[in-house]
Design a protein around this ligand. Structure first.
Ligand SMILES: [Zn+2]
Length: 77
């Protein structure tokens, strides 16, 4: 069961990155919910990570100014 980080690098009000479970409707194994959107235009998926903890550690190392939070939709998985 894999996890992905989503970072929206275009949004002006961007305050955090989110960890998603691969099966999350927002994530779909890194494809995202906007199937026809230009990839990487607004945000990018990073992953997969085997453990949620790994995604957290990656974020702390490479996005030192952006906190990581769990997606509200798939937080339980
Ligand atoms: Zn999610």
């Amino acid at each position: 069961m894999d996890y992905y980080i989503y970072t929206n690098w275009k949004a002006g009000d961007k305050v955090d990155n989110k960890i998603h479970h691969w099966s999350c409707g927002d994530c779909r194994m890194g494809l995202g919910k906007h199937r026809n959107a230009t990839k990487g235009e607004n945000g990018v998926w990073i992953g997969p990570f085997t453990k949620r903890k790994q995604a957290k550690e990656f974020n702390e190392k490479y996005f030192t100014n952006i906190p990581i939070v769990n997606c509200k939709h798939c937080n339980k998985k």
